[in-house]
Design a protein around this ligand. Structure first.
Ligand SMILES: [Zn+2]
Length: 251
């Protein structure tokens, strides 16, 4: 359904956050409908949009009921949160050296969409630089969620309580943004960009994944046969061996 996918891109571009409102806008604006590829008057229902979104994620849906998460520690200016899982890099590197592949089946549809509709055309247009001599850069980023960190009360307590609540974005958590010097409620991502060209376009977007697992960069790997990798200070400080994506690193 390319029309719905195109309309989701336009929805994000126009900073519209509600699918219900977006569908109403498409129904009332023939120009928007035509830009997305819809025939005016034949806009799919809200449920069709959600059905498509459900197919983007192949894993199980997370449970929406949980306790509220708290900010962990107070940090000084410029300080970063300590690693959540100390030693994880050593374990991941050991597995890589054994020739094991990391899988991220849950995200694979999203990776294919990025690779087929964005990375491959960008490569063909020469926007990613020379694929035979490619330089890539990787860095983490923070994505703030629109979901509330407080959730919705589902118990019958009349006083303030610590019971489980319902969250619209159940996997979001608090993280410290050392650049903005502020707590942010949302998700972390790790992106790889084609740094050898002046456009610096993303070729892999890993949501909520540990930087080490970029060793499994999925479909973007077809675009890269040889090249060097420059990574952020985070990885430079960790025992990460040089990585060249190979076909065995499937995702
Ligand atoms: Zn309660």
């Amino acid at each position: 359904m390319p029309e719905i996918l195109r309309s989701l891109v336009l929805m994000s571009h126009l900073k519209e956050e509600s699918i219900d409102t977006w569908v109403d806008r498409l129904r009332g604006d023939d120009l928007l409908a035509v830009i997305c590829g819809f025939v005016p008057g034949q806009i799919p229902g809200v449920g069709t949009f959600y059905d498509l979104l459900d197919r983007f994620w192949l894993g199980e849906k997370p449970c929406r009921i949980r306790k509220a998460r708290k900010k962990r520690t107070k940090l000084a200016d410029g300080e970063k949160l300590p690693p959540k899982y100390p030693g994880v890099m050593d374990r991941l590197v050991a597995r890589l050296l054994e020739g094991r592949a990391f899988t991220c089946r849950e995200e694979s549809v999203l990776h294919q969409i990025l690779a087929i509709s964005v990375v491959r055309p960008s490569l063909e247009l020469g926007l990613l630089g020379d694929p035979k001599d490619m330089t890539t850069a990787g860095d983490g980023s923070i994505y703030e969620t629109g979901g509330s960190p407080h959730g919705k009360k589902i118990c019958k307590c009349e006083e303030r309580c610590d019971c489980k609540r319902r969250f619209s974005d159940p996997e979001a958590d608090w993280g410290w943004d050392s650049y903005r010097k502020a707590w942010v409620y949302g998700h972390t991502g790790y992106d790889i960009t084609a740094a050898g060209s002046r456009y610096d376009l993303p070729i892999y977007i890993g949501m909520g994944r540990h930087p080490a697992t970029i060793a499994s960069w999925p479909y973007a790997a077809w675009t890269i046969s040889e090249g060097s990798t420059r990574t952020s200070s985070l990885q430079d400080s960790l025992p990460m061996p040089p990585m060249t994506p190979t076909p065995s690193m499937s995702c």
